[in-house]
Structures are given as structure tokens and as C-alpha cells.
Design a protein around this ligand. Sequence first.
Ligand code: KIV
Ligand code: ZN
Length: 513
Amino acid sequence: MANDRLIIFDTTMRDGEQSPGASMTKEEKLRIARQLERLRVDVIEAGFPAASEGDFDAVRAVASIVKESTVCGLARANEKDIRRCGEAVKPAASPRVHTFIATSPIHMEKKLRMEPSQVIEQAVRAVKWAREYTDNVEFSPEDAGRSDIDFLCRILDRVIKAGATTINIPDTVGYTFPEHFGRLIRNLRERIPNSDKVVWSVHCHNDLGLAVANSLAAVLNGARQVECTVNGLGERAGNAALEEIVMAVRTRRDIFPCDTGIDATQIVPASRLVSGITGFPVQPNKAIVGANAFAHESGIHQDGVIKSRETYEIMRAEDVGWNANRLVLGKHSGRNAFRQRLQELGIVLESEEALNAAFKRFKDLADKKHEIFDEDLHALISEEAMDHLENERYKLVSLTAHSETGERPYAKVVVTESGREQRAEAQGSGPVDASFKAIEGIVKSGSELLLYSVNAITTGTDAQGEVTVRLTKDGRIVNGQGADTDIVVASAKAYINALNKLQSKLERVNPQV
Ligand code: KIV
Ligand code: ZN
């Protein structure tokens, strides 16, 4: 069996970022990009540069630091988007422009209001504009899963002639089934004259829970790039999960005639990082990266595993990064050890002052918590970055919360609003509820709480609690995060973080709407 390379194209920072509330700052994108490089993904889709100045800057910054992976930006099939994208990825060692236009009858008629022939001409122009910046151009016929195959053949033939080097077939709405999707890829490859001149790629959404199955069916039918995201993050039900694609292909070498270049031991660290930054927790029973994925809990299974691991284990936990680099630092660790571990994690602090401030935070945490793990360091750096964000309107100064059996819990908070100290107290059904009410008493945001979740960052009762608070107001959705060994404090920090995000006027344009 030929052992081809399966290209892993990670779109966590583009499609993943399109999940409500998952937007990332430039600094967060840089941390994720470094981790994706350690994971050895082939292509990093860093964002949609035309969305805003901030998005452009973030993609450009990622393009400037990534050395090994190709850095890609997304652009709609118009000249302005493509030129922004071309400029943003220019600093990359290996830049790619990814342009797309919808090809399904419903999208062409209702969204684009264009005739099919106009769509073809626009796609051809788009690819030619993109080629002015790089010879690495990807084209996607959006909603290909619901497009007419004859039309797909016509448009793809033309964009290949215009210079596209990767053809990506998206199942934008997660509508297809493995057999159908696999056949689609095979038919396109067989029917389009120059199909062997391009890499065939797929991009599947998970609305029917089939994103990974569809992607793998496509691989069996000749696709050699899969677009996926860490933890399956992405619009609505998400995208195909990177970790599942990689491990399926690797575990079933008997079926797949290809393998990826991924360093699988970096999968769990990547999962933790993305979950921590976006505030999208990983469900315990999630394949590969869920907390229970390798916990063989039933007595029968445990017995089987002890006698012979292969009885129930088809993969080894350590091969995907569980238990990797668990214990890192403690109370007595010095500044150099701290700095070195940050460097190993790909965290670059811009100045000595930033390092000093982070080190102080580390010492404070080490006073409360015996062992500091990599996840703690990531949370600590996120907190430090949040504290230094300019335009932060609200800051938590202090919090007192009281709960006692039989008493109504209450909380007192001190918050600064644009530097001016304000105090409030409130009762609630629990200390978290009371703190939120007290904070809302000051801020009067009128926002609605959509989600509140707490996760222990590491194990043990001294673990930091990582809280996500999702708020909505006037149609906008934001996620706030906070971490602390005291979960009431972590909750207040997360709430304030979300309120600050609601305040900022930053609007992200969704490229597909
Ligand atoms: O789902 C989709 O169709 C996309 C394209 C922009 C590739 O994300
Ligand atoms: Zn998508």
C-alpha cells in the first residue's frame, strides 16, 4: 500500500474562532500557533484578515513567527479580501491564500444572488488575484455537499486552470453521509481533467455528528488534506476533530494508505490550551482528549487492561500526550526555571517587566498550590495578559463571599470602572450568584447569562478552577474566562472578563454570512 502524506490543515483559529464567543486575541493566537507548530500541523489557518484590523494583525503576527508550518488566511472571492489576506500572510516562510465562494443552488440564489456563470467567473478572478501573492492557493466551493456535481466539475476545472493548487470540498452544513461524500470526492477526481495536479482536501462540519466519518471516507477516496480543529471546535456543532482524524489514520494503518506528520504527544497539551483560551470545555467522554478517554473504569475492563493492555486499549494514553510533562514547578522553583518552562511551552514574554509580573503571579499561586502544572502556567499567562489589556473598563479589586448552612449567601465586591472604585453587595442563591449580582449592581450591563461552567484545570482539591461565563447582549455573544484556586474568585474574574468583552466595540465579521 502506498504510504502517502495526509496533510493536516488546522482551522482552529479561523473556523474554530467562528464559534460564538470563541474569539481570540493576537497574543492567544500566537500561543496556539506555537503549539500547533509543536504538534507539527502542516497548515495553520490563522484567521480571516479582512474581518478587522485586529484580525489582520493577528494573522500577520502568526505568519511572522511560524517557521515550519504553512500559514494560511481565508478570503472571500473578492479583490479587497484577497489583497488583505495576501498582505497578512506575506511574512510567512510558506504563505497560502484560501479563497472561497458558494456553489450550492440555495447559496448562489439566496446568499450571493448570482448566476452560476457569474460565480465561476468570480472564482477564477479570485484565484488569479491570490496568485499575485503566492503560488500556494486553495479554493473552496462553499456548501459543496449540497452542490450539483456537474457544476462543481465546471467551476473546479476552471479554478485549477487559473492556478489553484489545493481544492477543498467543504460540507459546510454537515449534511452529507460518508458513502455519499467519499463518492463525491472520487467522482470529482475522476471527472476533472487536471485533478492530479492539485491536492484534494475536505472540510466537514459536524451537524449530524459525521464530520470525522465523512473526512475519513474522503481520505479513502483520495483526499490528501483534511481540514480540522483541535477538540472539534467550530461553527455550530463544530468541525472534524483533529485528534480523531490523526489517531484514526494512525491506529488503522491497515485501512488508510497514508499517515500524517503529526507529533501525537502534543495532542493533549494542544487540547488543553485551546479549551483554556476559548473557554470551550472538553466533554469527559470525548475521544482521545476527554478526561475519561483512557480511564478503564469498569472492574472487568481494568482487570483486562492489567493482564494485557491490548485487551481494551487500542491506543496508549502516553502516545497522545496524557501524562506528558505533568509536574513542572513548585514553590521553590526559581525565576530561571520558570522562564525556561515558559519558553518550552512556547510562551514568549515581551519584556523583563512582563516576566517579573508573571513570576510574581506564579509565586502567589505556588503559595496556595503545591504543584504547578503546564495548564496552570497557561492559565496564569492568560490572566496576566487580561490584566494588561488596554481599554479594560472593569477590574476586580476584591471579593468577599460568605456562605453558611441555613444562611442566605452574600457577597461584597470592589470593582474599578475606568479607574474609579465602586462597591456593592448582594445576596444570592449561592456565593457565585451573589457575587454576580453584586457586580451587576455596579455595572448594570443588562446582559443575559447563557452559560456558566467550572472545570478543574488539574487534579486535586487544590486545583485552580477555570470558569467560563458566556454572556449575550444585543445579539452579541462573548465568553469570559477566569482561573483561581478559589472558584468564587475565578467566577467573578470570568464574569468581569466577559463584561469587558461586551464593552469593547470589536465586531467580528463572519466570512460566511
Ligand atoms: O464550512 C465552510 O464551508 C468553510 C469554508 C470557508 C471553507 O468554512
Ligand atoms: Zn467551515
